[in-house]
Design a protein. Structure first.
Length: 194
């Protein structure tokens, strides 16, 4: 799969397109290029490249709710042919980026993340019971150990024993006692006994 990633700024507010129960969002992204010329000691700007981006489905809804003109974004997706023939019969060639992911840059902005519920049922469990991996996290899940051999089970009732609070050592701070400063040992001057 050919995938391309661009990083730039939205050129206008995203446009939402609705048809029946489907949603699409399109927006433009301006990618500013440049490089640092070490000989001249300055930044050299190159021409700006403009990309047309299209999002579909849940990504389109999230993009419409989040993106605003001027926002810095990183978009990943595949290039698609968006060519057409104009009124004069001239073939106009262009491409658009069909986004698979859109990320907002946090370099000069902040964001609040809100997780949205999934619309498709393919990701939802079809059984009445949760998958085994989730069942272990459920508080009402059946015990996975044999009560007769589990040391945490009260053998008289075959029920889990009451949880005992974990013993922890309490850190106590002992008051610091002031010790007198060590006095240098006085030494007697060496006598020349010769």
């Amino acid at each position: 799969m050919n995938e391309i990633t661009i990083h730039g700024n939205l050129t206008a507010e995203p446009v939402t397109h609705r048809k029946a129960d489907r949603i699409a969002v399109t927006f433009g992204v301006a990618v500013n290029n440049g490089y640092f010329d070490q000989r001249a000691g300055r930044w050299v700007k190159q021409g700006t490249v403009y990309h047309k981006v299209a999002c579909f489905g849940a990504l389109a809804g999230n993009a419409a709710a989040t993106l605003r003109k001027g926002a810095t974004v990183t978009v990943s997706g595949q290039l698609a042919d968006d060519s057409y023939t104009d009124e004069g019969g001239q073939q106009i060639r262009r491409t658009r980026l069909v986004a698979t992911d859109v990320a907002v840059s946090l370099r000069w902005a902040t964001a609040t993340i809100t997780r949205r519920a999934r619309d498709d049922e393919a990701d939802q469990p079809t059984d009445a019971e949760p998958p085994a991996a989730l069942a272990a996290d459920e508080p009402s899940a059946a015990p996975t150990t044999d009560p007769a051999t589990d040391p945490a089970t009260d053998p008289a009732t075959a029920e889990p024993a009451a949880a005992k609070p974990a013993r922890t050592k309490r850190a106590t701070a002992k008051p610091a006692t002031a010790k007198p400063a060590a006095q240098p040992a006085e030494t007697e001057p060496a006598s020349d006994a010769a």
